[in-house]
Ligand binder design. Structure first.
Ligand code: PLP
Length: 361
């Protein structure tokens, strides 16, 4: 029997989603292409140039450098690598809040840089005083997260830029998840808001491209050049990516999704996801759970572990934060009907007689 992938109708934990139909078609057409060899696979190489230009538009950068990476992990690792190469220190360090994605741990391991994890403030954002106290003349990179993995928080990027500047470090923004929703908010997160040097921004998350389609952007070609190695047996002369052979499916599907959805489609998608997150937060609050305010479309709430386990047993794909809260990511495939059905299961599995439930509308 042919294996089938899981349906998305109970997936509330993923930062990936059902690709847009145009992205799906493009991925299929470009499945057997390799943008890692641009002199042979020229059409997908041209598409990659378009992908980078479109990502630049989303992130507020005219004339960007960059490439379509395998995901946010690769983009973050490469940003740390650029900073390490630029650093004028034998013991470079990277300063990042403890809310940052674990890919920075991998970057520090493979690149042998010191990772300085600083605490968050009361609202799960990087604590600026702690960042100021952690940087020094060996700091190669300050990282701000624009849409954290657990709470969807946006670090104060312009202020982090000032701190980076004060010690001659680069500034990297991890907008792997947030990049396709933040253009429609008032947050200051992009290249046009702060002296951002590099950014992770993933089409395969909120951008609705097929996996693998991450994005690494750099303010200038010279930053990307820090990654380049010579490629003797290829007709192209240098390669900046971490992987060699790469899937052209991700590149083509990223372009297709962005051509179709940027900007109006993404705006509409953000508004729907945000309304869904607020609806769910409200429904959980009315049931007496402690809820972290969803400032982006991601809800965290203190649902007890037995209830969490019962919901998973019911087929709901949900996850928990490091401190144990239920975490629901309102991705584009997450509809109001799905959330209503989830809340109905929650009510059935944990009846809390002492808490009055007011109508959900
Ligand atoms: C903020 C952030 N950065 C980086 C990543 C890593 O991305 P990937 O899993 O595509 O490598 C994630 C994954 O969820 C993320 O949320």
């Amino acid at each position: 029997m042919q294996a089938e992938p899981q349906a998305f109708d109970r997936v509330l934990s993923s930062m990936c989603t059902d690709p847009h139909p145009d992205a799906r078609d493009a991925a299929e057409r470009f499945l057997a292409t390799n943008p890692g060899d641009p002199a042979t696979y020229q059409r997908v190489a041209d598409l990659e140039d378009e992908a980078v230009a479109l990502l630049g538009e989303v992130a507020g950068l005219a004339d960007p450098a960059g490439y379509v990476a395998s995901g946010g992990t690769e983009a973050n690792v490469q940003a740390v690598r650029i900073a390490r190469e630029r650093a004028d220190s034998p013991r470079p360090n990277v300063v990042v809040s403890e809310a940052a994605h674990f890919s920075f741990q991998k970057a520090a391991d493979v690149l042998e840089v010191e990772l300085r994890l600083v605490p968050t403030d009361g609202d799960h954002c990087a604590d600026l005083e702690a960042v100021r106290a952690s940087v020094d003349s060996d700091t190669a990179l300050v990282v701000g997260v624009a849409g954290t993995t657990e709470y969807g928080r946006v670090d104060p990027i312009p202020e982090l830029g000032e701190i980076a500047d004060s010690v001659g470090a680069l500034l990297h923004v991890d907008a792997a998840w947030g990049g396709f929703v933040l253009p429609f908010t008032d947050y200051e997160w992009g290249f046009d808001h702060a002296p951002v040097d590099t950014m992770a921004i993933d089409p395969h998350k909120m951008g609705r491209a097929a996996v693998p389609a991450g994005g690494l952007l750099a303010r200038s070609e010279s930053l990307l050049d820090e990654l380049a190695v010579d490629t003797p047996y290829l007709e192209s002369t240098a390669q900046a990516t971490l992987t060699g052979t790469r899937s052209g499916a991700g590149v083509a599907s990223a372009v297709a999704a962005m051509r179709t959805l940027w900007p109006a489609g993404y705006r509409e998608q953000y508004l729907r996801s945000q309304r869904n997150a607020e609806w769910l937060a409200d429904a959980l609050e009315k049931r007496g759970y402690e809820v972290v305010d969803p400032t982006l479309p991601l809800v965290a709430a203190s649902v007890p572990r037995p209830t969490f386990e019962a919901l998973r047993a019911e087929g709901w794909r949900i996850s928990r934060t490091a401190t144990g809260e239920l975490r629901v990511v309102c991705m584009p495939h997450v509809t109001r009907e799905m959330l209503a059905s989830f809340v109905a299961d929650l009510d059935r599995l944990e009846v809390r007689a002492s808490v009055p439930v007011v109508g959900d509308d």
